[in-house]
Design a binder for this molecule. Structure first.
Ligand code: CA2
Length: 540
């Protein structure tokens, strides 16, 4: 089986002039390398070069009968010869377009290839290797695969028209891409103008006019598709504009509160509040975060936050979520005040069942704990048919048991809280899973961004309109940002309104994340930065 290599005008001059652009290898070098590689792949190469359009057209026609595929560097004909384009098309063979130089980085007339849509691919910019890469790709993906792949159950006529459809789509895509890039350039000019005048990037009224004009141009049947297309184009264009503005740190709302360098630290935290009492999981977490600090127990999570806002303590440690029980709703509610997350740690949690001395597991009728701990042990509770009593914190459960003095009532709490109260452990780990973990956070009054920050947490409130959540999430996708988590919580005092808590994987002051913040701060009714923080293993 033969592979034809076609080189177009002036390529016979390779190695004789212009080595900067085309290297110092000659056409003979190209042809012998190509022939050797084709032989390795099990094909015979036929090499052809001409400076004349008609001769190239003629050669392509002949290849219909003689070759299994073609690699072509059509030289400058690439950019304007419809005759060569049509000749490639009539071969019906897989044809790979190659170029020595990267035509997309050169003069603009070289950016267009009129043969691209009738070729299976284009490889440009790898010097003499473009020929080899093109050959490998052609053989492996379009000749060998085709012969080994089971033929789909469609007639050859259908195959032809499918191929034609694909070519048409390739051609249309390449026009769309050119136009879209042109549009992006104009958007950049708009951003520069708005940067100078301070004008808003998002202009809902203008976008609605664009949408209704677009709808007006097409039939009702295509209206929705055209609207979605235009909205996507406008969103991506806005993203480019916000990116430009945020990199100049101009004209921003949310990003104005961000420091320009991430050099914050928790070094000055001397006094820390936590919800619960000595022996609680929160105390253990607070100790993990701050081995040297003075720790102050508070009756509730809300009291701990009050101590922070009233400047009685420098930080608060709170449980945010659990791997079995999910989000700790009260903490999410508290975070909606202007408080910030400065660190997190995931701490394994094992709840035990503890009773009065002399109690036995088989006689227990009621268990007492925080609702989160009860839900983390729900399998055991349901299987045993126990009634449940809620208390404010797992660490308060032992006190409840002591005060009740009833051997049929047991606490679900940490081993240390049980032992401290003098209770006996009736069962060591009553959790539904053996890998139960709680995420604890350090909360501060100010935003502290440490250099090792890896997670950005925000609260967003969305407009009440169709597609609001998905188009907001698209901003993160477009900025190549990974969402580590999202959950919704009711907004206090606003019935049936919800705030979305979003965790984003982003290194401290990452520029894509800043651009996203800049954009969302303009486009959403509310955007609050909750923190840009790292894990607790290295406390700064
Ligand atoms: O980069 C390529 O391979 C090109 O196809 C080369 C063409 C050019 O018109 C295309 O835009 C890109 C030109 C080949 C000219 O070759 C010369 C070789 C040596 C000295 C002068 C020209």
């Amino acid at each position: 089986m033969k592979i034809l290599l076609v080189n177009g005008p002036n390529l016979n001059m390779l190695g004789k002039r212009d080595p900067k652009q085309y290297g110092s290898f000659t056409l003979a070098d190209v042809e012998s390398l190509f022939t050797a590689r084709a032989a390795e792949l099990g094909f015979e190469a036929e090499c052809f070069q001409s400076n004349h359009e008609g001769e190239i057209v003629q050669k392509l026609h002949e290849a219909r009968e003689t070759a299994a595929g073609i690699v072509i560097n059509a030289g400058a004909f690439t950019h304007y010869s419809y005759a060569i384009r049509d000749a490639i098309d009539v071969t019906g063979l897989p044809v790979m377009e190659v170029h020595i130089s990267n035509i997309h980085e050169r003069e603009s007339f070289r950016h267009t290839s009129v043969i691209r849509a009738v070729c299976v691919g284009q490889i440009a910019g790898f010097g003499i290797n473009s020929y080899i890469m093109g050959l490998d790709q052609l053989v492996n993906d379009f000749i060998l695969k085709k012969t080994t792949e089971a033929k789909p159950d469609v007639s050859s006529e259908q195959q032809d028209s499918l191929q034609q459809c694909r070519r048409d789509i390739n051609e249309i895509d390449s026009q769309l891409i050119d136009l879209f890039v042109k549009r992006l350039r104009v958007s950049e000019r708009v951003a520069r103008a708005k940067g100078e005048s301070g004008g808003a990037i998002y202009d809902a009224a203008r976008e609605n006019v664009v949408i209704s004009n677009a709808r007006g141009k097409v039939s009702t049947q295509d209206g929705d598709a055209v609207e979605s297309f235009m909205r996507t184009i406008m969103r991506v264009s806005r993203e480019r504009q916000y990116d430009m503005l945020s990199s100049q740190r101009q004209n921003q709302n949310a990003t104005a509160i961000l420091p320009s360098v991430a050099d914050g630290s928790l070094e000055n935290v001397k006094c820390v509040a936590y919800g619960g009492k000595v022996g609680s999981y929160s105390e253990k977490a607070a100790r993990t975060f701050f081995p040297e600090a003075e720790l102050k127990p508070a009756w509730s999570f809300a009291d701990a936050c009050k101590a922070l806002t009233e400047r009685e303590v420098d930080a608060v440690v709170l449980p945010l979520a659990n791997t079995t029980g999910g989000p700790v709703d009260t903490v999410y509610q508290l975070l909606q005040q202007k408080l910030f997350i400065a660190r997190f740690a995931d701490i394994p949690v094992e709840h035990c069942i503890a009773g009065l001395p002399g109690a036995s597991l088989s006689e227990i009728k009621v268990v007492v704990s925080h609702p989160q701990a009860l839900s983390q042990c729900s399998n055991k509770i349901q299987a045993s048919g126990w009634n449940q009593v809620n208390v404010e914190n797992t660490a308060y459960a032992p006190k409840y048991i002591l005060e009740k003095g009833d051997a049929t009532v047991a606490a679900i709490c940490s081993r240390s809280a049980a032992e401290e109260a003098g209770l006996v452990i009736l069962e060591s780990n009553a959790c539904n899973t053996t890998c139960n973990q709680t995420r604890f956070i350090v909360v501060t009054r100010e935003l502290i961004v440490t250099p090792d920050a890896s997670r950005l947490s925000i609260i967003m409130q969305l407009p009440h309109k169709q597609g609001a959540l998905s188009s907001t999430l698209d901003v993160f996708t477009d900025m190549r940002l990974n969402l580590a988590g999202i959950c919704s919580q009711p907004v206090p005092d606003k019935p049936w309104e919800y705030a979305f808590f979003v965790d984003i994987d982003a290194k401290a002051l990452d520029s894509a994340a800043i651009a996203a913040l800049c954009q969302l701060s303009y486009e959403l009714p509310r955007l609050q930065i909750m923190g840009w923080y790292g894990a607790a293993n290295h406390l700064a």
